[in-house]
Ligand binder design. Structure first.
Ligand SMILES: [Zn+2]
Length: 106
């Protein structure tokens, strides 16, 4: 009797695990790349990234490539949100200044 009951329980637990893992289905890099910009956009605007795809944080937690992409997008989005996205001209001046400083110290 007891063994039959625990057998049923084991099957039920297995079923639950299967359902849970399907729900937390992991996204692959291609899927993450496709939704990452939207994900960051929602996050920066104060929304929850889970509305876009709840599997993204899980993927980012163990995929350095996508995590790096996320960091870059997030950084740019933050700058843009605060209207601090540098003009290309300003970037160019900064770059030229840096090169000049480097060659002056050499
Ligand atoms: Zn990835």
């Amino acid at each position: 009797m007891t063994s039959a009951t625990s057998g049923r329980h084991a099957r039920f637990r297995h079923f639950l695990r299967t359902v849970a893992s399907t729900h937390d289905r992991e996204l692959d890099c291609e899927e993450v790349n496709r939704i990452l910009a939207r994900y960051v956009e929602v996050e920066v605007s104060g929304g929850s990234g889970d509305d876009v795809a709840e599997g993204v944080p899980l993927h980012l937690s163990h995929c350095p490539h996508c995590a790096e992409m996320y960091e870059t997008l997030r950084h740019l989005a933050d700058l843009e949100a605060h209207d601090e996205l540098p003009e290309v001209g300003a970037l160019w001046c900064e770059l030229r200044g840096a090169t000049r400083a480097a060659s002056a110290s050499a």
